[in-house]
Design a protein around this ligand. Structure first.
Ligand code: SF4
Length: 321
């Protein structure tokens, strides 16, 4: 079968099985380039690094499931059950890094979580950060839902000396029971907030990505206020929050989830998102206004770096996971 596949699908088929636990299988993905160019003007970064392919955390709204479809893995849960660790080659990575412009904005974790359980085994994310710790002049943003990021405080501090490094903990709700439903294998929100606190106390630029905001599930005034208050108390410097978008690959998981957990919302979501994956217009405007007021009230910045640099525009949800 592997002979008929091409590109990433062929590589995925030939990668040796590394291990499997519960229903999760870990495989190695032969990788020629860890740095991928992002040419979209809407994205707040120039390059992306995704140390893994697939994500065991398994958020119900995850948009990145399509990345497994490129490898001909089309079952709805394949993305969270078959995790590929990219092959680490320090010399190749250094060669790639030398080719990119100084000051480039590099986002780690745009289509997978760099601190998902696989990182404990394979350490690809740490290996990458160790390289940045020896170099300077880059702007590196790391997005995660895992408090395991605190393992790397030493290397994050070292990398921050010569680069602009920021860490973004994604926390969509402070309600642990709701988070467990939405993000089944992510650490609890209080653990993520504790990670924000530890990073902040270690002098690392850290903020909260409160995205995606889910209409009628996580978007009440009380829920958002509680989230902002918790972020402030943990020492977050900024909070970013944008509404959910649901591409067809995400809808295939999210709609059955709604039918089970929030049946009264299923029809509304289906009607809204099957026509158009993005929430635009009135809802997006009102949410933007509410978030701006909350930022002002809780003294939070709107992005991870100064307004002059504007490296993290708030229009792109890709940066928020
Ligand atoms: S949203 Fe992020 S953390 Fe959740 S499954 Fe997708 S990549 Fe993983």
């Amino acid at each position: 079968m592997a002979e008929r596949l091409v590109g990433i699908a062929r590589l995925a088929a030939t990668g040796a099985s590394l291990d499997s636990k519960r229903e999760v299988e870990y495989r190695q993905l032969p990788t020629f380039k860890l740095l991928n160019r992002c040419t979209s003007p809407d994205m707040p970064f120039d390059w992306t690094i995704n140390p893994y392919r697939g994500c065991e955390i398994g958020c119900k709204y995850c948009y990145a499931r399509y990345t497994h479809e490129f490898m001909e893995r089309r079952e709805p849960d394949a993305f969270e059950r078959e995790i590929f660790a990219k092959q680490w080659n320090r010399a190749d990575f250094l060669k790639d890094l030398r080719r990119i412009e100084p000051g480039s904005r590099i986002a780690i974790g745009t289509a997978t979580d760099p601190y998902q359980p696989a990182e404990r085994r394979y350490g690809v994310t740490r290996s990458i950060l160790e390289v940045f710790a020896e170099r300077s002049g880059y702007r590196v943003g790391i997005t995660t839902k895992s408090d395991f990021v605190t393992r790397d405080i030493d290397v994050l501090r070292a990398a921050s000396r010569g680069n602009r490094v920021s860490v973004h903990l994604t926390i969509t709700t402070v309600d642990a029971a709701l988070a467990r439903k939405l993000e089944p294998r992510a650490p609890r929100p209080d653990l993520r907030l504790a990670a924000v606190k530890r990073l902040s106390e270690a002098g690392i630029d850290v903020g909260v990505f409160a995205s995606p905001v889910l209409p009628l599930i996580t978007d009440s005034d009380a829920q958002l206020e509680a989230l902002f208050a918790a972020a402030r108390d943990a020492g977050a410097r900024f909070v970013v929050a944008n509404p959910v978008f649901l591409m067809p690959c995400a809808l295939r998981v999210f709609l059955p989830f709604l039918e089970t957990e929030f049946p009264r919302l299923a029809t509304r979501y289906r009607d809204r998102f099957t026509k158009q994956p993005y929430l635009r217009g009135d809802y997006a405007e009102r949410l933007r206004g509410r978030i701006a007021r909350l930022r002002e009230r809780f003294g939070m910045a709107s992005r991870s770096e100064s307004r002059d640099d504007a490296p993290w525009p708030e229009t792109a949800q890709l940066s928020l996971f």
